[in-house]
Write a new protein. Sequence first.
Length: 109
Amino acid sequence: MANNEISRENLRPLAEIDRVIHEPARLLILAYLSVVESADFLFLISQTALTRGNLSSHLSKLEAAGYIEIKKEFVEKIPRTLMCLTEEGRRAFLEYRQNMKQVLDSLSE
């Protein structure tokens, strides 16, 4: 096969891409959470530019998948919602990155 042809084998990781993570808003959320210990709801709103409703919906899907943990607490009687990656979420995000890198590296320029 010529170097510029795409083989099924090269694209196999694409078929295995985690659809929960692949959605752009959830990918962005996980990218932020992967570099911090935890983040609060307002921080994620400011960084992602998602509406409160959209962010809440995506966080619920990530929590249902077991990728994040959502903690609610009070700081000086003010409610605060914190999100952090779970070990499963960290593993899934790393696997997602590796699969995407493998696919992108296999494509010719």
